[in-house]
Design a protein around this ligand. Structure first.
Ligand code: 13P
Length: 300
């Protein structure tokens, strides 16, 4: 079986994106896998710590168990998203034991998020996570820069944020970060923001984010590794597709499919209708928004 490391590297070389779909509710997993299979694309299925703490996916082990029930290695792999060192509520997290649990549960790649730390500390925390992942033969994603949106409270006005470039990943820091941390994939901030997760704001429609594509190209050049775009829901589609040729090899998508599930459940009370909504939304994203139907054949 080709490893996730080679697949994402191949995606980067071919300018094809691998979406990574978040699972805040366990019933969402089956229709995501089915949609990826039916489009003959390739994707990751992922869960972040905040999704078992603030939503109802239960635990990383519960998601792994559900994944192994529908596993389809030609089309999907299992990834552990955001294990923060400092979380969205500004609390310190004992992150290494969570990563160890993921290795035991069979995750095929992991992420450590030290982006709320100063550069040196982020490098140190990421290096520890990377060494752990590499010893188990799997890749490790890290984050540098501020992808806002998960924290409580309102965001600064989006246009102001974009125009100022505040929080964007700094190219010089990124080159050093990759060299010294040894991470395999880097999540960058280039105008992207996360959908809200606080109870008060999680139903809101996201603002349509834009991407600073020249900044992205510069980050791709200086780091030389596959880049990851978080906050993949609701980004201007042309910007999104252009980013795939400029270094974005993995795209994280949460809010869009979560809100489809929640809306269907609210309207019909039926989990099955919720699954159907996720299935159709995921197929639409793969075929129309990302335009990667049949992408599996173009990847290693
Ligand atoms: P969205 O919820 O904005 O799609 O972001 C998902 C994400 O980046 C998870 O890591």
């Amino acid at each position: 079986m080709t490893g996730t490391t080679q697949i994402i590297r191949g995606a980067r070389a071919a300018g094809i994106v691998v979406p990574a779909f978040n699972i805040p509710y366990l019933p969402m997993l089956r229709p995501v896998v089915q949609a990826v299979h039916d489009e003959d694309s390739f994707a990751l299925v992922q869960v972040a710590r905040l999704e078992w703490e603030k939503f109802s996916s239960g635990s990383l082990e519960a998601v792994a168990e559900e994944f192994h029930r529908y596993d389809d290695p030609a089309h999907v792999r299992l990834h552990l998203d955001h294990v923060p060192v400092i979380d969205e509520d500004h609390r310190e997290v004992d992150y290494l034991p969570i990563l160890r649990r993921a290795l035991t549960a069979g995750y095929q790649s992991v992420m450590v998020d030290g982006s709320r730390l100063a550069l040196e500390q982020n490098i140190r925390a990421t290096r520890a996570a990377t060494e752990l992942a590499h010893a188990a033969g799997i890749p490790c994603e890290a984050e540098l820069g501020a992808v806002l949106g998960h924290e409580e409270g309102p965001l600064p006005p989006y246009e102001e944020l974009f125009a100022s470039g505040r929080g964007f990943t700094d190219p010089e820091e990124a080159a050093r970060f990759v060299r010294e941390s040894g991470c395999d994939w880097l999540s960058v901030a280039i105008g992207n923001i996360h959908g809200a997760v606080s109870k008060a704001a999680r139903d809101q429609k996201k603002v349509e984010a834009r991407l600073h594509l020249e900044h992205l190209a510069r980050l791709a050049e200086v780091t030389g590794i596959p880049l990851v775009l978080h906050g993949g829901s609701g980004i201007r589609p042309e910007d999104l597709r252009r980013s795939f040729a400029r270094g974005i090899a993995k795209l994280n998508v949460g809010t869009e499919i979560r809100q489809a599930y929640e809306a269907a459940l609210r309207e019909t009370g039926s989990e099955e209708k919720g699954r159907e909504a996720v299935y159709h939304r995921t197929r639409g994203l793969l075929s129309e928004t990302y335009r990667i139907s049949g992408s599996r054949a173009k990847l290693p």
